[in-house]
Design a protein around this ligand. Structure first.
Ligand SMILES: Nc1ncnc2c1ncn2[C@@H]1O[C@H](COP(=O)(O)OP(=O)(O)O)[C@@H](O)[C@H]1O
Ligand SMILES: [Mg+2]
Length: 420
């Protein structure tokens, strides 16, 4: 089989790595990929958002299955484009991906289907939104409706912050069209958790559980990021809670979307808050989490291609998956300043040593400049390992990291240790 992976981050490197272990796969392409994938995949110079070019490429190269990493191509309708050319692709259609690409759609959908989520109101005008927050109780949360690269959510403690948030989103147009509408919702206290399943539109296959660390600094301080680390399994997820999430959230979501003619195929990722009243949905994503995918795939013993193809072909019932009992972990090495301004082009050293020590090194934001590997993004590398216990796993990772260096390298030192 020939496989095409769309995307260039650590998540996509992990997908390439896992797919390369499949006996069914002869060749992997990655568009646009990254230097870490060089030995496993052929790099193709097409942007993830160039969906027509990608479909042309898949047709010319006779790609058997395309796997989409990031959300932007899904939002643009890459799955519809591929389907219209009879090209097999893993992921939801543009309509089904609305569960991520429009927060107001997702909220209305949850209200209709009795899926637990914070109380909310949607606003199309800044005047109405400002009126609302002047009379509201705090804290509250303001969210740009559309995709905003993780920057469109404002947690507001008081009126002035809410007013500033509405101005930034709706009047200054910081997020373009994504900010023409806002959702204003109730603030929930509790423990945050993410939950990923794969669906073929009807059947649901839960992935191994994981927990990610979103804040930039140790002890969950500092700003939100794309994710600074992850572990699998999620230590605080009991069997009871797992069943509640499946019954009250995941199953009604897949069934409800099918009912609305938005059959959901691909990864459904629920961002949850575990409150005293039970789990509630903060948002859905329509794709694999990053870096949760890295730790989940480290534990997958079965052939990932069978799973992805089962979803695309709507025969997930024929697929069984086995998970390794080991605990896996991932620590993100970032460039100082991330998620705000950061530098690039710093020479990276010590990766060979880390690999010899048995670590998996996934590239997230790197570039090859002549003979040197250099940093090229906010999140630069994902250092991953697995071992029988969480302690052994994290010791192995942090020990390996001590041999890796680039100027301005920064990372959280408490992945796997702090309990939120
Ligand atoms: N209603 C809420 N109550 C408390 N915290 C929230 C709420 N909604 C979002 N958050 C926090 O903001 C973060 C980002 O919100 P989310 O809805 O996941 O949007 P996105 O990932 O698109 O930026 C969450 O991970 C969570 O920490
Ligand atoms: Mg989120």
């Amino acid at each position: 089989m020939k496989i095409l992976i769309v995307g260039s981050g650590g998540r996509e490197h992990a997908l390439v790595w896992k797919i390369s272990q499949s006996k069914r796969v002869d060749k992997i392409f990655a568009a646009p990929g990254n230097p870490g994938m060089n030995s496993l995949a052929e790099i193709v110079d097409i942007k993830p958002t160039s969906i027509i070019e990608l479909a042309d490429f898949a047709q010319t190269e006779k790609i058997d299955l395309t796997v989409v990493g990031p959300e932007q191509p899904l939002a643009l309708g890459i799955v519809d484009e591929f389907n219209s050319h009879n090209l097999k692709i893993f992921g939801p259609t543009q309509k089904a991906a609305m569960i991520e690409t429009s927060k107001s759609f997702a909220k209305e959908f949850m209200r209709k289907n009795n899926i637990p989520t914070p109380a909310f109101k949607t606003f199309n005008s800044s005047v109405d939104a400002l009126d609302h927050v002047r009379a509201a109780s705090f804290p509250l949360v303001i969210k740009a409706d559309g995709l905003a690269a993780g920057k469109g959510v404002f947690i507001c403690q008081k009126k002035s912050e809410a007013e500033a948030g509405i101005k930034e989103i709706m009047l200054e147009g910081k997020f373009g069209k994504s900010g023409e509408r806002v959702v204003i919702e109730e603030f929930l206290a509790g423990q945050e958790m993410s939950f990923m399943v794969i669906s073929d539109g009807k059947r649901i296959m839960p992935l191994a559980t994981s927990m990610d660390y979103k804040k930039a600094l140790d002890n969950d301080k500092g700003p939100n990021t794309g994710g600074m680390g992850a572990i699998s399994p999620a230590p605080q997820l009991s069997r009871d809670l797992f069943n509640t999430i499946m019954k009250s959230i995941i199953e009604p979501t897949i069934t409800g979307l099918k009912f609305e003619n938005k059959k959901y195929k691909g990864v459904l990722y629920a961002g949850l808050m575990i409150t005293r009243e039970g789990p509630k949905v903060l948002e859905f994503n329509s794709r694999f989490g990053d870096p949760e995918t890295q730790v989940v795939l480290m534990r997958l013993k079965s052939d990932l291609v069978d799973v992805l193809e089962g979803s695309a072909d709507e025969n997930l019932f024929e697929v069984n998956v086995d998970w390794d009992k080991n605990v896996s972990g991932c620590v993100v090495l970032a460039a100082k300043g991330y998620p705000a301004k950061y530098g690039k082009g710093q020479k990276i050293q010590g990766l060979e040593r880390a690999k010899v020590m048995g670590l998996e090194v996934f590239h997230a934001g790197t570039a090859q400049v002549k003979n040197s590997l250099v940093s090229a993004g906010g999140r630069v590398l994902n250092i991953c390992a697995s071992a029988p216990t969480l302690k052994e796993t994290m010791d192995k990772i942090y020990n390996g990291i001590s041999f890796i260096a680039f100027d301005d390298m920064t990372f959280r030192r408490d992945i796997g240790w702090s309990r939120r």
